[in-house]
Structures are given as structure tokens and as C-alpha cells.
Design a protein around this ligand. Sequence first.
Ligand code: ATP
Length: 199
Amino acid sequence: MEKYGIFGGTFNPIHSGHLMIAEYLREEMNLDKVIFIPTGNPPHKDLKISAIDRYNMVKRAISSNDKFEVTDIETKREKLSYTVDTIKELKLILKDVKLYFLIGLDTLFQLRTWKLFGELSKEIDFVVALRPKYIDISKINAEISYLQENFDTNIKIVHTPQLEISSTDLRQRIGEGKSVKYLLPSEVIEYIEENNLYK
Ligand code: ATP
């Protein structure tokens, strides 16, 4: 049976931290592919950038990796969708593929607040990228136990390197006219410049 990683996020913009953990987890988990799913624009939150631009940036960022794919399943929707609906829809298309939801450590602590998380836990296993020197392992284990006991979640931890890059910092740097070279792929920097984003 083939195994795919699902990597969801706002990707506003996608950066080398995202790409590095997607590739690292793909290798460590023996995944045949990683599918990136940029989220739709939340109606209550002005992201100042279209979902299409975020999707296009992901598309450019992954173009040189034939194990990476991007889907517009969420960005093309008019209304915001729950992750569980997206996963159910994907499973209808990707029959006989085992799916793993890939997340960073900050997302681990948000999972319990996700709408219909219990239902999502029935549909998919989770893989958390953990940096080796993260000190508070007891906090992480406590969170994982909580999710297992309350939602029957299947979670695996994989140790990965960590690039301390955040989209929030990147938007600020670009706004200030500072260089973001090497923090994100050059194809994405070109897209941002061509479309005058984050100014
Ligand atoms: P923002 O700064 O706008 O909140 P973000 O990069 O934290 O952006 P997303 O684009 O939604 O947010 O992140 C998608 C996924 O990538 C999440 O699971 C998040 O935990 C993970 N992630 C984000 N940045 C990193 C990083 N530098 N290293 C590892 N994982 C990351």
C-alpha cells in the first residue's frame, strides 16, 4: 500500500522550514509522496493576500521535487472547510493509500482546539516533527497522552532538524525591504517580487 504525507498550512508564504520538514518526514516515514494543502482564506481574518497567490507560491516552491504535490482542494472553495472534510474528500480520490498528516510542534498543541478533531482522528494518523534538543519532552508526552485518551489519536514523533523560520517574520522582513534570500526558495522570492506581495 502506498503511503502519502499530507501537509496543510496557510503557507503565507511557504519557506525553507516547511520544505525541509516535509522532505525529512517523507524520507523518515518512507512516504511515496507529500501533498501540500494550502488552506482557504478564513472569512473572519484578512490575510491581505489571496488563497491563489499562496497556492501559486507552494506550486513554485515544490516544482523541483517530483515527490511533492500541491492541491487546490481548499483554496478553490468559496467557503472555509474543516480539515476532516478535506481528508474525507481526498480519501475518496486516493483509494488504497495510507495518509499521514504532517505537523510541526506548535501545531501539536493546537490540535485539541480543531473543530471535529475526534472525527479527524478516526480518518488519519499524525506525524509530529520534533527538534532533537527540545527540552520539555514531558509536556509533549502529556499532550500526546491527552489526545490519545480523549480522541483516540494515533501520533508518531519523528526527530528532525529545525530551521527557525516563520512566515510571520518573513512577511515583516519583506515589508521592511530586508533580504529574505535563502530563507525561502528563490522561485518564491521572484513570485513575491513580481506580484508585489507583502509590501
Ligand atoms: P505563521 O508565521 O504565518 O503563523 P507558520 O509557518 O507557523 O506561519 P503554517 O504555514 O500554517 O504556519 O504552517 C504549516 C505547518 O508547518 C504547521 O504544521 C507548522 O507547525 C509547520 N511549521 C511552520 N514553520 C515551521 C518550521 N520553521 N519548522 C518546522 N515546521 C514548521
